[in-house]
Design a protein around this ligand. Structure first.
Ligand code: PNW
Length: 456
């Protein structure tokens, strides 16, 4: 049997996020985030699910680190809950910081490298009450929060990420309204985009000052965009717009120092040019030690109408674009399985944004896992997904792309945002009644890949 070998220093990890796994949403001084509030809105979350019980990780943290050790993970990417550290966005809460202090120590003792994301979507609701990400001041509040976290953990943690998927925060949260805070105001989404990028820049400056030896970056969600009819100028324009709104509006200011001209023009009616302060571009474009990106699927786009007309979309200034069905296999989330897109995306980043080491900070799939009579979970579909995406990553490596690591999403089944607990992404199954953890077949498979530095 042939094997695809990965470099010996390639980082193999798994990822989670605070609100999705922790539970204990009122413990030790934590107050509401926008997700706690959004979960109370009737109809917002499938099944009426909330952040309780999560995977009860707040109370089972030590067992979960034990699980990571069993799987042989090199690195664990997790996020810190802002409303634990600065409840209501206000003064620092040592009890909330204490949890992460113990988690970091447990990981270091186990020889697992902590990769901390500062913002994975749980803005304190009190800051949303003052305008949320549509308010420029929230970026400064993020810098204050970053200062508290780096002050407490910066001596031990080597890898930091400011934001996770600012596209989701801005466009699903403030335009489409399917994510917290559930607003449907396109101009607020555009403002949120800029203020999130500014928060990244201000947070990065704090990290550079307080932890000069740390590696810092962030995680974008990037998608290759494929055009339905390359001979149709309207379809080509649709692809340009979606690529701009999803990928370039973040990549360009971060890695080239300025928003793309076409996005500035498309979003002029939403006042993007006016939002940009004198020093913003420099802050946002400060050098990164790595670029993380989350890969789930590609997009297939057309400008041809399909008879639908959604009231709210995340696609500000591209509301007419449609995503037709190509008949590809899909995950339980209805997302097309498109591993080729991963190697393409890696090659594009290498070509268009050279010089920055790349990490796949999330990649994974939800499937309707079934527990068999003997208690095992034979999630063959997830293994196939993982296998094909790791092959794609290897293809890019072989082509010379500077890819340094891969984090599976997710370590544990967890709260899948608007989909609630119904969608399971874990390589470890969680029984939400008993909180019993059961590694799925995919966990065993991934564990062997890590041990052998190779994909069969
Ligand atoms: C990412 N969408 O979220 C997040 O970083 C994770 O927290 C999440 O659990 C994972 O991917 C799986 O979904 C997304 O509907 C959630 O387009 C939803 C979408 C995209 C990304």
């Amino acid at each position: 049997m042939t094997q695809l070998l990965f470099p010996p220093d390639f980082v193999w990890g798994a990822a989670t996020a605070a609100f999705q796994i922790e539970g204990s949403t009122t413990s030790d001084g934590r107050t509401d985030s926008i997700w706690d509030a959004f979960c109370r809105r009737p109809g917002a979350i499938a099944g009426g699910d909330t952040g309780e019980p999560g995977a009860d990780h707040y109370r089972r943290m030590h067992d979960d680190v034990g699980l990571m050790t069993e799987l042989g993970l090199h690195a664990y990417r997790f996020s810190i809950a802002w409303p634990r550290v600065r409840p209501d966005g206000g003064v620092v809460n040592p009890a909330g910081l204490g949890f992460y202090d113990r988690l970091v120590d447990a990981l270091l003792t186990a020889g697992i490298d902590p990769w901390i994301t500062l913002y994975h979507w749980d803005l304190p609701q009190a800051l949303e009450d003052r305008g949320g990400w549509a308010n420029r001041d929230t970026a400064q509040r993020f810098a204050d929060y970053t200062e508290a976290v780096i002050g407490a953990l910066g001596d031990r943690v080597r890898h930091w990420g400011t934001l996770n998927e600012p596209w989701c925060s801005a466009f699903m949260g403030y335009a489409q309204g399917t994510h917290a805070p559930g607003r449907t105001e396109p101009a607020a989404a555009v403002a949120a985009t800029h203020h999130l990028l500014l928060a990244h820049g201000l947070g990065l400056r704090v990290i550079r000052e307080l932890a000069p030896h740390a590696q810092a970056g962030l995680a974008l969600n990037l998608y290759p965009v494929r055009v339905a009819d390359p001979a149709d100028p309207a379809d080509l324009d649709a692809a340009r717009r979606i690529d701009g709104l999803q990928n370039r509006i973040f990549l360009d200011p971060l890695l080239r120092g300025a928003y793309p001209e076409d996005m500035l023009a498309d979003l002029a009616p939403f006042a993007l040019p006016e939002l940009i302060g004198a020093d913003d571009a420099k802050l946002i474009g400060a050098p990164l030690d790595y670029l993380g990106f989350n890969y789930y699927r590609d997009y297939f786009v057309t400008a041809k109408p399909d008879g639908t007309n959604p009231a709210h979309t995340p696609w500000v200034s591209a509301e007419h674009v449609r995503f037709p069905d190509r008949g590809l296999p899909r995950t339980a989330c209805g997302w097309d399985v498109a591993p080729d897109g991963l190697s393409e995306l890696l090659s594009r980043l290498h070509r268009d944004y050279p010089g920055v080491p790349l990490y796949i900070t999330e990649c994974g799939a939800a499937y309707d896992d079934r527990i068999t009579a003997d208690g095992s979970i034979a999630d063959d579909a997830r293994i196939t997904f993982l296998h094909s995406h790791l092959r794609a990553a290897h293809t890019a490596l072989a082509a010379g792309v500077d890819l340094r690591g891969f984090f599976y999403w997710s370590l544990l089944d967890n709260f899948e945002w608007a989909e609630g607990y119904a969608k399971r992404f874990g390589i470890v199954h969680v029984d939400y009644e008993t909180q019993v953890r059961t590694p799925k077949a995919s966990a065993r498979w991934y564990s062997r890949v890590i041990a052998e530095h190779a994909v069969p």
